[in-house]
Every structure is written in structure tokens, then in C-alpha cells.
Design a protein around this ligand. Sequence first.
Ligand SMILES: Cc1ncc(COP(=O)(O)O)c(C=O)c1O
Length: 361
Amino acid sequence: MALVPSYIQRLANYAPGKPISEAQREFGFEKFIKLASNENPLGPSPKGMEAVQYSLNKLHRYPDSAGYELRAKLAERFNVKIENVILGAGSEGIISTIMRTFLLHDDELISAENSFIGFRVLANASGRRTHWVPMKNYRYNLEAIAEKITDYTKIIYIANPDNPMGTTISRDEFDRFYKHVPERVLIILDEAYYEYVQDSPDFPDSMAYRYDNVITLRTFSKAYGLAGVRIGYGFAHHTLIENLMKVKEPFEPSFVAQAAGLGALEDMEFLLKSIETNKTGMAYLKKELNQLGVMQIPSATNFITTVWESEEKANNLVQELLENGIIVRSLKGFGWPNCIRISIGLPEENQQFIACIKEIL
Ligand SMILES: Cc1ncc(COP(=O)(O)O)c(C=O)c1O
């Protein structure tokens, strides 16, 4: 159809981790363990849920388009001014706003090849040229990314830690890289897994050093268990935020999402439990997978990516696990056809996964 731009026609639909409902329809049995989408196995933050309950009788009202209360709370928590905070329908919502705000016609983007698929979808949909720089040893190759910067570069996207590899860039690496980036280039530092990695001494928590051309993105989707409600936030120089606020969808994020975020931010107990559950589950899975001789990529997140000898082996494994009621994520769609990503589950889910994979192998 001539109406649809060719770069849109060429796009493929986003393929998420298989939802439990779809697996139930396909296999005809009820119980599935989903370790496919890096969700919080504990469920949503109870305080987030409580806040949502309270918000329900105001659903006939439009939300505060400036998101004042939640932005103020985030500003206080992270020791910045409210003018430095933006909210969005997930961090992906903010990435979308960033592209609509800053990209001019000939502008180009740079990121790592086969990294976060959400960014890839949005970059491709922007119709702008994006340089996808191959990773090195399953990590962002910042030196190679710096070499790709030209007069046309406008945005560089870095997921730190990365999804689907779970690897991080170190503070030293970022500092060296930053020296090559002109001020007119915006760096998006996507820290969706920040809560799981914050204690690592090498992690360059971007809030500890603020640059005018860096925007930090974080989310309530992971450690706070609110992926379904779509609420994320970002920190940047007030001029960037001021302009993003002009472009974002006027009533994004929704009333319920803002309420959920406000509640969840108070939920220290849940946050700590999420981090602890993840830490224990990660240690268990690492140890068991090691004993089975399965190659894993060291991960700083709430998932582990495993590497198999062939695409066929990985596909068969994903299918067999599915037939046994366990949903994991084939990384073929990300560009890693011989890799499988496993999200950390509850202790009993992790144990069932290991029991099942032992049987299969
Ligand atoms: C690197 C990265 N960024 C962002 C997101 C999505 O965050 P949100 O749910 O806030 O859009 C994910 C989720 O998988 C992710 O892995």
C-alpha cells in the first residue's frame, strides 16, 4: 500500500516471550512456569497494588500530565531536581519520546547489534539510519561504537546492563568512551536492571556523575514487578527534560501507572526481597548449569543467557521445555540463534527448571 512508508512495511512485528495464556491454548494444560520475559517472579509490589486500588475511583479523571507527585518523589529519592525527571509508559515510552524530540531528518543512531530488541524496534520505526555495531565477547564494544560517530550521529543507545546478554560496561570503559562523544550527541543509558547491579563496585551508576548529554532510563517493570502497568522514568539535564515533556504523549503515563509507581517507591521491603530472591536464584541456577556443563554468560541482571552448540539444539531445548510446562526465551529473534535466555524465577520454579533440563539433557 503506497500509504505505508517502505521502512514501515519492512518491519516485523515485535515477538515477545510467549505469554502463559498462549502456551495454555497451544498445549491444552494449565500450569506453566514463565521464565521468558525477565519479569518479577514475586508478583507486583504490594504497596504498588494497594496504591492502584486507591486510584480506581478516579479513573474517570485524566491523569496529571506533568506527573508531578511521582516526579517529585523520584527527585527526592535520587537527589536531583524535579526538572531533571521525566516519566513514561515504561522506559520504552521514554525512548520513543526521545526519538520524536531530537531526531532531525538526516540524523543517525548507533547502538550494539543484537542488543535490546525494544530499542531496535523503535530505531527501525523511526526510519533513521542506525549503525548496529557488533558486540565483542557478548559485551558492548564502546571503542567500535565511538569509531562510528560522524557529523550525522544524534543518539547512541547503551543498555547497561545489556539485555539479552546481561553483561555490563565498566565505569572506566564508559569514561574512556565519553571522551569521544561530542556534546551534540545524546547518550541514552538504559539501566532497566539497575536495582540488581547497583552494589557492583565497577558499575557506572550514571546518577553518580551527570553529563548534559546523557539521559538515564530506569523502570518499575523489573525489581518493582510492575511490567504490566507501563511505568518508567528518566533523569537528564533540565533542558532535555523540558523538551521531552513537550513531545511526550500528553497524558502518559496513565493515572494507574503513576499511582503504582508512587506506591512501589515506598515498598523498600518488596524491593529488597526482589533483589534477594534474584541473587539466591541466580547463584543456584549458575551452580546447577555449571554442573551440567552448560555455557553461560556472566549476568548482572535477573536473567541468565546460555549458549548452545547449535541453533537446532537451542530450538529443540526451548520446545521440550515448553512441552514440560516451562517457557524460556529463544534468542533467535535477538540475533543469537544458539542462545537461550532464562529469567530467574522463584526457588521452586528454578528447581523445576533444573530438574527438567537435567532430564532433557
Ligand atoms: C534493557 C531494557 N530496557 C528496557 C526494558 C523495558 O523496560 P520498560 O518495561 O520500562 O519499557 C527492558 C525490558 O526487558 C530491557 O531489558
